[in-house]
Design a protein around this ligand. Structure first.
Ligand code: SAM
Length: 261
């Protein structure tokens, strides 16, 4: 396993910065824009997909804080801060919510302060770590989260950056083993089996241009992340269909679901 942090290198695209470009942010360089444009050329609804993903994150966190009574969140693969961030959505519904963010990208680290603006009643923390190093993530998260109480574990649009050789299913299973019954798992994951030809084209293009590799997975492969958990309604669906609240302009190759332990 390569658990080196990506260097701050603007000559090669990084997922965090490509995603920021797709969302209309300011933290990207020419290499990221080139990769983003290649994605859009291969998959014209890519901007809508990125927005729909962010909207799903908001809906899932709101559901967990407002309806499921969750007060602790572990958001792994946070990305460059984009309001509203997880703590803002959670603390709007439940001001005492405690939120830990994890990312390994130096640009996300540079903006970590924006992730640390907690409500006075709650808490936030940022961990600069590789998600594949589960031991470090759990140890550092325990500074802020009480692992004897339910935690919502969030892997939103990040597991595609963990290749099969690093066994993303084992990474997720180890984190979920550390949280008690009543905890939740939130996943969105780029699909390989929705519009597969276009997705194969976008994968080939972006992988040539970026530091992380993009591994789309089938619905069955994404479903395996939820093994042993109970999926909440409406199950594992195309992202805009999860408790609808986002008008997508077309098909979006992104699976999304929430499971309860
Ligand atoms: C596409 S962004 C998604 C951001 C956010 N979760 C969202 O959905 O809005 C993926 C993020 O995962 C991070 N990431 C990818 N692989 C990672 C790893 N092994 N450890 C920690 N962070 C990782 C990237 O740096 C990037 O910030």
């Amino acid at each position: 396993m390569d658990d080196d942090h990506p260097a701050f290198d603007t000559s090669i695209a990084h997922h965090a910065r490509i995603y920021d470009y797709l969302l209309g942010g300011k933290d990207h360089y020419a290499a990221d824009r080139k990769a983003g444009d290649a994605l859009i050329e291969a998959y014209p609804t890519m901007v809508s997909l990125a927005r729909a993903n962010r909207a799903f994150l908001g809906r899932a966190v709101r559901f967990l804080a407002a309806e499921a009574g969750i007060r602790q969140f572990l958001d792994i693969g946070t990305g460059i801060p984009t309001a509203p961030n997880t703590h803002q959505v959670a603390q709007e519904a439940a001001p005492g919510s405690r939120v830990v963010y994890v990312d390994y990208d130096p640009v996300v680290l540079a903006h970590a302060r924006a992730l640390l603006t907690s409500s006075p009643q709650g808490a936030t923390d940022y961990i600069d770590a590789d998600a594949r190093d589960v031991g470090t993530v759990l140890e550092e998260a325990a500074r802020t989260l009480d692992f004897s109480r339910p935690v919502a574990v969030i892997f939103v649009m990040m597991l595609h950056a963990i290749g099969d050789s690093d066994d993303p299913h084992a990474v997720v299973a180890r984190v979920m083993d550390a949280v008690p019954d009543g905890s939740y798992l939130v996943i969105s994951h780029p699909a390989s089996d929705i519009e597969p030809e276009k997705v194969a084209d976008l994968t080939a293009r972006v992988n040539q241009l970026s530091y992380q590799q993009y591994t789309g997975r089938s619905r069955a492969q994404v479903m395996r992340f939820f093994e042993g958990l109970e999926l909440v309604e409406p199950g594992l669906v195309q992202v805009q269909q999860w408790r609808p609240g986002f008008e997508a302009d077309g098909t979006l190759a992104l699976w999304a679901g929430v499971g309860r332990k």
